[in-house]
Design a protein around this ligand. Structure first.
Ligand code: ZN
Length: 310
């Protein structure tokens, strides 16, 4: 009997990644195609179908798709997405199944990335985890008992919008003081620019990217150090709240800002140590996410495998 293969698709605003895995979640092949969302979903699904035909020598058993939300995994519909201009109430699951001819499932992109990180852990280390992806915003996914946690409205685990500062910075979501307004790459560049415009002591210019801020912080630039320290502090507050809400074994940090690597991790861990409770030794292990660019496709393929009951 031929080994079963699974397809994982990670739709992003610019590029769509497609991967082929086996039952052990090993990535056998992967490629990237332009998303070009303005063409509409049908054209993208055609391109995905062509890529699947080229990658898989036999028909895959199932296909899983990670997509920016909001969306409903249970109904298979993408409601709308700021990253996929013009996509409104798209029955993505049905469109995929019809075009590719295998069972399909859809899921929020951050959730499949979290499942991908879980799949990458050695068997003896697999346990409940939360992934925070630090990029333009802060995405997050929670894995409990090997499954994505959704909650009643299927919008659970939005840790980027947990409030870490009462009456804090305005967030496009309508709240004030959300984590992503302090610790995302975008937030760091905005806060740095505000400090530079106040005339503080720095080598940074007002167009500094998050990467430039991190590099300057390594060189002990005062504004860069302050911005990064504040991002780490707010992440630490969120992680302590995650500890009390979920009590995961791991909190993984992924996404663009996590390119700051150990330097970022040390800052976060230091603030967590300084503020966490002493009532019980139930603190999560905080690590950089083991998979960098392939978490989405591995997670989507893992989800497809779970739905196929394999
Ligand atoms: Zn928010």
């Amino acid at each position: 009997m031929k080994e079963k293969h699974y397809i994982g698709v990670d739709i992003g605003g610019t590029a769509t990644k497609i991967g082929l895995t086996n039952h052990a979640h090993e990535l056998l092949d992967h490629r990237s195609i332009p998303t070009d969302p303005d063409r509409g979903p049908a054209a993208l699904i055609d391109d995905i179908a062509s890529a699947v035909t080229r990658m898989a020598s036999n028909t895959p058993a199932a296909i899983g798709v990670g997509c920016p939300g909001p969306l409903s995994p249970s109904r298979g519909i993408v409601f709308s997405s700021p990253n996929l201009n013009g996509w409104e109430n798209i029955p993505l699951q049905e469109l995929m199944q019809t075009r590719i001819g295998v069972p399909a499932c859809i899921e929020n992109d951050a959730n499949v990335a979290a499942l991908g990180q879980y799949a990458a852990l050695p068997l003896e280390e697999k346990s409940d985890l939360v992934l925070l992806t630090l990029g333009t915003g802060i995405g997050s996914g929670t894995i409990i008992n090997g499954q994505i946690f959704h909650g009643h409205h299927e919008t659970g685990s939005e840790w980027g919008h947990c409030i870490v500062q009462p009456n804090g910075r305005a967030c496009p979501c309508g709240q004030h003081g959300c984590l992503e307004q302090y610790s995302s790459a975008t937030a760091m560049t905005i806060i740095a620019r505000e400090e530079i415009e106040k005339g503080g002591d720095t080598s940074l210019t007002s167009g500094a990217t998050a990467e430039m801020i991190v590099n300057a912080a390594r060189d002990k630039d005062p504004i860069a150090s302050s911005v990064l320290n504040s991002a780490c502090l707010y992440l630490a507050i969120a992680i302590i709240n995650i500890q009390h809400a979920i009590n995961p074994k791991y909190v993984f940090l992924g996404g663009g800002v996590s390119g700051a690597g150990e330097f970022l991790l040390e800052g976060v861990v230091e603030h967590v140590r300084a503020q966490r409770w002493s009532a019980h030794d139930d603190h999560p292990i905080i690590r950089l996410a083991p998979l960098a660019n392939t978490a989405g496709i591995v997670g989507a393929a893992t989800l497809a495998q779970q739905h196929a009951g394999a």
